[in-house]
Design a protein around this ligand. Structure first.
Ligand SMILES: [Zn+2]
Length: 389
């Protein structure tokens, strides 16, 4: 397999403290060797070994590809009007999901796949090399399984979210919908998914329903993750930790007990500031979680309703500006943090043996991701050792 060395890197984020300075393991004047789909060597540019190909980074920064551990990209339709109304004074509720459900059910497989691929490409151009995505806009056995089948063809991290909201078809009998989600729908979806998720929130699923759904998924080998405490205080975070979920996502409204649970459990707190931005909601308090000792991931929640951004750099800028994170913490959370939220050790770091997923920035340092918000700084991306951009 061909080897490539990237030399003359001003500042390399490895996320391995043993390789460099600080928690990011930053190496100045660095080089990285890629062998096939893996990182083979990391060190000083002056000591880089000979390889088949050579790329001169020209004094720019390199960091791991972003790991976006939370998105909803199998959908059709458009919610511009809802966003416009919200920005004109209306408040957000979980019910807008129904609009996307209707459009998604009506779309062809080809249309859903084309839309997914368009968003995956959009995310890649902004440095995202791993992306989790979910079902949740079908809410029938056939439509949920179809969404997961399409997702699984294009991404490794696929989540069954039949419990996004109670299907409009079961509005008068939510218990029957939970039976469907934990029965025939689960049977149809298990082959295509790694994770099971539930929107635990007023207007969606309560703590008891969420527990039933996550336990049913876990019994079939799916690992839980939870939409928790987004719009209000509630049982989601505690349930996630109790069930050893990989991640509790949103974490916007937390009691001290919720923060303690996250700090003492194995569940990553995944913060999704695109949602707060797009709904003019209060920010999640990253500083409070980090100071308590919780592991924090940062992701986009890309979806057509409440957070229609695929840009991890944008989320980094928000987290630094408004959530109390340092630039180093935000970059860690968007790379190694996302990997932790997906229980992956082969991504989110640039260390020998890791998958060769990395981005070259049009900047001398990763700090520019927050320092220069809205600027398209990602100028090259390698994924599994292949230059994609
Ligand atoms: Zn979500």
């Amino acid at each position: 397999m061909a080897t490539t060395v990237i030399t003359n890197i001003s500042s390399l984020v490895t996320n391995d403290p043993s390789l460099g300075t600080g928690p990011l393991g930053t190496v100045q004047d660095a080089a990285v060797v890629i062998d096939g789909d893996r990182v083979a060597w990391v060190g000083a540019s002056s000591k880089a070994p000979a390889t088949d190909n050579r790329v001169d980074a020209g004094g720019r920064a390199v960091l791991p590809g972003f790991v976006d551990s939370h998105s909803h990209l199998v959908f059709a339709g458009d919610r511009t009007a809802e966003f416009n109304a919200r920005m004109s004074g209306q408040s957000y509720s979980a019910g807008g999901i129904r609009t996307t459900v209707a459009a998604t059910r009506a779309a062809s497989d080809e249309a859903l796949e084309a839309n997914l691929l368009r968003h995956l490409r959009e995310a890649l151009r902004q440095g995202t090399t791993t992306l989790e995505t979910k079902s949740g806009y079908g809410l029938t056995v056939e439509d949920e399984a179809r969404a997961l089948r399409i997702a699984a063809a294009h991404t490794d991290e696929v989540t069954y979210l039949g419990a996004h909201i109670v299907s409009p078809d079961y509005a008068d009998d939510p218990a029957a919908y939970v039976d469907l989600v934990t029965g025939p729908m689960l049977d149809a979806c298990v082959p295509h998914a790694r994770w099971v998720d539930v929107f635990c929130e007023k207007g969606a699923f309560d703590g008891d329903q969420a527990r039933t759904i996550l336990a049913a998924g876990a019994a079939r080998g799916l690992i839980p993750r939870v939409h928790a405490n987004q719009l209000s205080y509630g049982p989601g975070v505690q349930l996630a930790v109790e069930l050893d979920a990989a991640s509790a996502d949103h974490c916007t409204h937390l009691t001290d007990a919720d923060v303690d649970a996250l700090a003492n459990g194995n569940t990553v707190a995944t913060l999704l500031p695109g949602a707060e931005f797009s709904t003019r909601a209060p920010w999640p308090d990253a500083r409070r979680l980090l100071d308590a000792g919780a592991t924090v991931a940062l992701s986009t929640d890309c979806n057509p309703g409440s957070s229609y951004t695929s840009s991890v750099p944008f989320c980094i800028a928000l987290a630094v500006r408004d959530m109390g994170m340092t630039p180093d913490e935000a970059v860690w959370s968007a790379t190694a943090g996302g990997a932790a939220a997906l229980r992956r050790t082969d991504i989110g770091r640039i260390t020998p043996g890791a998958r060769a997923d990395l981005s070259l920035l049009e900047a001398p340092s990763h700090v520019h991701l927050a320092y220069r918000p809205g600027v398209p700084l990602v100028s090259a991306v390698w994924r599994s050792g292949v230059r994609e951009l």
